[in-house]
Write a protein that binds this ligand. Structure first.
Ligand code: SF4
Length: 215
């Protein structure tokens, strides 16, 4: 399919345009919104770079004027400079259309830049949830602490205490009993960690963590 057809198809399916002309006009608007030239309308995806293809995907995602978009690893396959362009585009569209994103990523600097609230997951469970600035300033869960300690610091003289987690990630299908993190936790764990699943508790206003010893 040409990118014009790809972006225009949801408009036809949901009967949001009444003529071919109206559909083309709307696709042209969407291409402009994501920074692509409208004359590219009849080109095919393989003719575009990775960053441009991501813009095409974003145009299709906003075509139906959603309130909520799930962005699953939207920049992980892109070069760093292109990542910045796509993230800035997502931020601009978020403000313009008052969008809410669920942004799934492994790059913690990208997460910090784009997120208002951050949920950290381990073996399919949320182990910590807080406002972005709180989680990066004061991580409560040992898994979050280990993740944040791995962020590279762009200063060769900076001293950083890296927390290295031992052992492999257990199978999410057969998670360990008690706290799912107890086989790799760097805290001095207690018996309770091996038998009792920690609840997600609010340790400070809006800051939740599931760890028996998080205080
Ligand atoms: S509950 Fe125990 S094992 Fe789990 S994260 Fe907290 S200290 Fe570590």
């Amino acid at each position: 399919m040409t990118i014009g057809s790809i972006i225009g198809e949801p408009l036809s399916i949901h009967k949001l345009v009444s003529s071919k002309r109206e559909k083309v006009d709307r696709v042209v608007d969407l291409l402009n919104e994501v920074g692509l030239r409208p004359d590219l309308l009849n080109r095919y995806p393989h003719e575009f770079s990775g960053g441009q293809r991501q813009r095409i995907g974003i145009a299709r995602a906003i075509a139906l004027k959603p309130e909520f978009i799930v962005c699953d690893e939207p920049v992980s396959a892109l070069d760093v400079s292109i990542q910045a362009q796509v993230i800035n585009l997502l931020s601009d569209l978020q403000k313009k259309f008052k969008l809410t994103y669920l942004f799934i990523a492994h790059d913690l600097k990208v997460v910090e830049y784009i997120s208002n609230r951050v949920a950290v997951m381990y073996l399919g469970e949320i182990v910590e949830l807080a406002r972005s600035e709180d989680i990066y300033r004061d991580p409560k869960h040992p898994y979050t602490q280990a993740l944040l300690s791995a962020i590279p610091v762009p200063d060769p003289k900076a001293k950083k205490q890296r927390i290295i987690l031992k052992g492999d990630v257990p199978s999410p299908i057969h998670p360990p009993p008690g706290c799912p993190f107890h086989t790799r936790c760097h805290y001095k764990i207690v018996d309770r960690c091996k038998t009792e699943h920690p609840e997600l508790r609010e340790l400070a206003p809006g800051h939740w963590a599931s760890c028996h010893l998080a205080e």
